[in-house]
Design a protein around this ligand. Sequence first.
Ligand code: NAP
Length: 584
Amino acid sequence: MSKQLYEVGNKPPLGEVPEQMHAWLIRAERFGQPTAAFQKEVVNTPSIADDEVLVYVMAAGINYNNVWAGMGVPVNVIGARNKAGEPEDFHIGGSDASGIVYAVGKDVTNVKVGDEVVMHCGTYDRNCAWVKKGGDPMYSPSFKIWGYETNYGSFAQFTRVQAQQCMPKPKHMNWEQAAAYVLVAATAWRMLHGWESSSVKKGDVALIWGGAGGLGSMAIQIAKAVGATSVAIVSGEDKYDYCMKLGAKGCINRNDFDHWGMLPHWKDNAGYAKWLKGVRGFGAKIWEVLGEKRAPNIVFEHPGETTIPSSIFVCETGGMVVVCAGTSGYNATVDLRYLWMRQKRLQGSHFANTKQCNEMNELAQSGQLDPCMSRAFTYEELPIAHQLMADNKHPHGNMSVLIGATEFGLGASGKPAVAMVQPTLPKGDVHTTPAPYPMSTPLPDIAEGEPITIADDGSKVRDLMHRGIISCAPDDTVGAVAKIMVGNEIHAVVVMDAQGAAVGVVSQTDMVLARQGRTPDQARSMLASEVMTPGCATCDAEMLLSDAVSLMTGRRMHRLVVTEQGQPVGVISMTDVVRKIIGD
Ligand code: NAP
C-alpha cells in the first residue's frame, strides 16, 4: 500500500507514485509579485497519457516565463487553459528540470522507470498532421512550452512531460546544474545549427551578443565545440574573463560605442554618416579582436531593436543574423541595401525541436557545455528566486532551485569525457536587462478570434484638423517652398500635381536634409519633387482621431492630408493632437 503523500525531500520508493504531491502553485486570485503569487499547496499527482512520463523532480530551472505566469500578464495562463477545456484552476510552472523517471505511458520507448533525465520544454501533439508528415514540431500549431503554456511543470515533486522531452542527464552534473541549462542551450543550438547552409561551421567567426548572459554563454560554447571562433559582446570588461574561459577568442565592451539604436533616416546624410562612423569603428574592433580583417559569418542576436542595424552591417556577405528575441525593443530597422546587395539573411529562431535538443544535450553529456549555473536556491526559496528575477537583481547565468534533492551538490555520478574550466561571474554581478517578453504568447494573427478593444473618446479628425491646404507644385523650387512655409507659419507643404492630387509632402525635415552637402544656393534651387517625401498619407475627415494617430506613428509621420469625398480639404498634425491632449 503506497503512502498518499511524501514530504518534500523524502523520495518515494522508485516507481511508487503517491496520490498527492507538494507543489508551488499560482492561482488567479493571487496574481502579482512572485513572493505573493507562488504558494505551497498539496495537489493530486497528475495522471499521464500513453506518450507521457511522470518524473520525480530533483531540481528545477528558473526562467522569466513564470514571473509572467505569476503576474497573470500578458496572458492569464490558467484562464487560457480553462477556456481550452482543462479543468485545473491553478498553474504549476517550471520549464527546466532534472529528475528520475517514476512512471511511463504504454507507448513510451525512449526512457524507463529509474532513468535519470533532464527535460526540454518543447511539447506538441503527436497526432498533429504537420508533425506526422515529418514537419518540424516547432512549426506545429499545437506547439506549447511545458510549464508555462502547459500545467504540471517542474515546481512540484512530480512533473508530467511528453516522453520526447526526456533526455539523459549528464552524469557529471549535480541535480541543480543539470536543471539549469536546457532551455537556453537548446535555443542557442537551434540558432547556431538549425539554419541549413547558414549554420555555424568550423572556421567560421560568430559574433555573440550578451556573451555573459544565459543564451550568450551557451552560444560561445556551442560555437567553440564546432571549431568556430567567437567574439563576445558585453557591457563591461569585468565579464571578459568569464566569456574567454567559456571559449570566446575576445570580447568587446558595447559601452565603448554610442551608435546603437534605430537607423537614422536614409535621407539623413549627416546622421547616416555619423552612424556609419560608429558602426565601422565597431567592425574595426571585431577585426582587432580577431587579429585579422574578417567579418562574422553568423551573428547571434537577441537585444533586437538597438543592435540589429549593426549586426546586419558587420555580418559577412552571404552570412546570417539569427535572432530569438527583442530585449531592447521589437521594431528593428534594416538598411535593405546591405541585406540584398550583400545577400545576408535575417533569420528568426525560437527554442528548438526534439532532435536539436538531443544534439545539444550530447554536447552537455560530453562535458563540453558548462551549464553556467550562477545560483541555486532551496525549495523554500523558489518565490524569492523569481522575485529577484522580477526585480532584475539576479546574477547573469542560469539559476535553479532544489525540489527533491535535499542538499546542494548531490547527483553527480561520473566524470565528463572532456574536463571543463568552471568559469565564475564577476563578484556582485546583477542584471541590467529589461524584462524579456514571455517565451511563448499567442501573437495576433489572421485567425485571431477576439478583436482588442481600446477605449476611445470618439474624437474625429474633423474636430481637430486645419481646413484648407497650403500646397506647392512638384516643380516649385525649395526656395519657393521655404517662403510658403515661413509666410504661413506651417511645418509642411503638400505637393499637388496638375490634376490636384496630393503626390507628396515637403516637411521641414526634408528641407533640412536637402541642405546637407549642398550650398544654400544649390539647396534653394532644388525642386519640391526632388526633396519631398513621396506618396501622401491621407485620412478621411470622419476617421477616428486614434486611428489617425496610429497611421502617423506607424508611418513615422507627423501629419496627414485630410480628405472629404476623396478630395484633399485640410491637414491634421501631431501638433494638433498634442494641443488636444494638453487642452483636455
Ligand atoms: P540574459 O541572461 O538577461 O542575457 C541577455 C544579455 O543581453 C545581457 O546579459 C546583456 O549583456 C545583453 N543586453 C541587454 N540589453 C542589451 C542591449 N540593449 N544591447 C546589447 N546587449 C544587451 O538573457 P538570456 O537568457 O540570454 O535571454 C536573452 C533574450 O532571449 C531574452 O529576451 C529572453 O527572453 C530571450 N529568449 C528567447 C528564447 C526563445 O526561444 N525565443 C529562449 C530563451 C531566451 P551585457 O549587458 O553584458 O551586454
